[in-house]
Design a protein around this ligand. Structure first.
Ligand code: MN
Length: 231
């Protein structure tokens, strides 16, 4: 088949233990899914989960042991890190019950939901979409995907991000307001999940700014580290 313009390159993420790669379909993100982060953003109480998306080509896949880089994005003066557990969907479906969710998971990775916080705040205040604050180019760095069977006890895994060697965010996946299975139940009621979907499950407290020259080292226990430099 011929195309009238060059088709975009497929986006993919390395997989631990194989040279084969995980192809990215969509990138879903959960908002305010840790209580202490919800509080620092000015919200309290358990609200139904809500979602936003990033374009697949916002993914920056970084190999194990390598330092990746992202450019400091345009328009912002307040670029925030949000370290997150990322769920990789291997089997699609809609209206997936929480009890069946595990069967749909291929694996897990550590990711960063980079956020132009000032622009997100302006959009929130105006009641407008968050896209410009969340869904910008190279806003979704991610490390290699660990297949679920090799990921250990992911539901009780510690996660953190350090910037230039100092702790910024440190929490535990057990503190998710909506856990992985519940998130998949809610998400698949709204969209039909497809193999290749990534779900950024939300960030704990401690979100803060980075500037050009900063290096972020992130980890979800059992999934290795993700190192990203802002240039
Ligand atoms: Mn987030």
């Amino acid at each position: 088949m011929n195309f009238v313009v060059t088709p975009p390159a497929a986006v993919s993420v390395p997989v631990v233990g194989t040279a084969d790669r995980f192809p990215v379909h969509r990138v879903y993100c959960v908002g305010r899914n840790y209580e202490e982060h919800a509080k620092e953003m000015g919200f309290t109480g358990r609200e139904p989960p809500f979602f936003f998306l990033k374009p697949a080509d916002a993914v920056v896949a970084i190999n194990a042991g390598e330092t990746g880089s992202i450019p400091y994005p345009s328009l912002t003066k307040n670029l925030h890190h949000e370290v997150e557990l990322v769920v990789a969907i291997g089997t699609g479906g809609k209206n997936i019950a929480a009890a069946d969710a595990a069967k749909h998971i291929y694996g897990y990775a550590v990711g960063l939901d980079m956020t132009r916080r000032d622009l997100q705040g302006e959009m929130k205040k105006a009641g407008r979409p968050w896209c410009i604050g969340k869904a910008f180019d190279q806003s979704a760095p991610i490390g290699p995907i660990t297949p679920a069977a090799q990921a250990g006890d992911i539901h009780n895994a510690e996660l953190y991000v350090q910037v230039n060697g100092k702790d910024r965010q440190r929490s535990n996946v057990s503190k998710l307001i909506w856990n992985i299975a519940e998130t998949i139940e809610h998400l698949s009621a709204a969209w039909e999940l497809q193999p290749g979907d990534l779900i950024y499950t939300g960030t704990p407290e401690g979100v803060a700014a980075v500037v050009a020259g900063d290096t972020m080292v992130c980890e979800v226990a059992g999934l290795g580290t993700l190192t990203v430099r802002v240039t």
